[in-house]
Ligand binder design. Structure first.
Ligand code: RIB
Ligand code: CA
Length: 311
């Protein structure tokens, strides 16, 4: 049983990551922490509460950073357009939100939970790394009790905000630097990997045959996401980035990796926010990151399908 803290910025693909994780019997989601990114913190928090209310997920939810650690606010609505819509989770119709967030700030929750845990905790981040970076700066001792950090973010090829940078990293590059320079083992699901996990019509239709609330939610999410990802990026089917982090925790055998040094470019200009991945080991720098390069498409979507059936 892996104990995880899941840090999100819903976001259509964050929603699928939450659905996948919460249905998995080998994962114990201790808490869901929320960060601004795909939209304002108010909206990403509301979206998290909508998902949890809709699917009767009782995991505690904690509101976190609304601003990056250093740079000015950088929301995907401005940077890569409204791929997630005005609310950050457009498409599905949700009822009244009944789930309430906890009073504790996400950063304090992350620190206290990791410090007091009897076993190591895995941190999964599918949004900008502001909550994680702040936690590591405020209480570096938590490093000793973190199993690994699994992130959706970065790219060793082209970005999706600039040619260099992927959104989750460039939204808070300094926080990403804190994480990648922490010495913690990192697993990086970058765009080169997540763009292999597209929700094709066949995939969505098969999930739709499940016929429960979770499957209907995914179908409605993907209907909207398919349109915006085509409008903004020309994709025939939307890359569903975030649940690849959860799939790794459940079945790492569906991935291939290169273990290498990854650093975050903080120079302002065209490389700002780039994950500089030393894939061919040109340097002697520590190989701090497992960079995912390949995913078994059928295994991945079959895992999502099987877990959706558990709702
Ligand atoms: O670049 C893709 C990432 O940015 C995903 O996590 C998406 O949800 C957005 O946060
Ligand atoms: Ca996200």
């Amino acid at each position: 049983m892996k104990k995880i803290i899941l840090d999100v910025d819903p976001g259509h693909d964050d929603a699928v990551a939450i659905i996948l994780a919460e249905a998995e019997e080998n994962i114990d989601v201790l808490g869901i922490t929320v960060v601004s990114g795909n939209n304002s913190l108010e909206n990403t928090l509301n979206n998290t509460l909508k998902i949890c209310t809709h699917l009767k997920i009782d995991t505690p939810v904690y509101s976190g950073m609304d601003m990056p650690m250093v740079r000015d606010r950088f929301l995907s609505t401005e940077s890569i357009g409204n791929v997630h819509g005005e609310t950050g989770l457009d498409g599905p119709v949700f009822g009244e939100i009944t789930k309430k967030p906890e009073d504790t700030h996400a950063v304090n929750y992350i620190i206290d939970t990791i410090k007091n845990s009897k076993e190591k905790i895995t941190v999964v981040a599918t949004g900008p790394l502001s909550n994680i970076g702040m936690s590591l700066r405020l209480e570096p001792k938590i490093i000793e009790n973190i199993e690994e950090i699994v992130i959706m973010g970065g790219a060793y090829g082209t970005g999706n905000v600039t040619p260099s940078a992927e959104f989750n990293i460039i939204a808070d590059p300094e926080a990403a630097h804190v994480v990648f320079s922490s010495g913690l083992p990192i697993v990086m699901m970058g765009l080169d990997l997540t763009r292999q996990a597209k929700a094709t019509k066949e995939v969505v239709d098969k999930i739709g045959t499940v016929g429960n609330k979770a499957s209907k939610l995914i179908v409605d999410l993907m209907e909207f996401f398919t349109k915006t990802q085509k409008d903004f990026f020309g994709w025939e089917a939307p890359p569903v980035h975030d649940p690849t982090t959860i799939a790794y925790l459940i079945d790492p055998s569906m991935f291939e990796f290169v273990e290498c040094n990854v650093q975050i470019s903080l120079e302002h200009g065209m490389t700002y926010g780039r994950t500089v991945c030393d894939m061919h080991h040109a340097t002697e720098l520590p190989r701090n990151t497992k960079v995912a390069t390949k995913i078994d498409f059928d295994k991945f979507w079959n895992l999502v399908y099987e877990n959706v059936k558990k709702y």
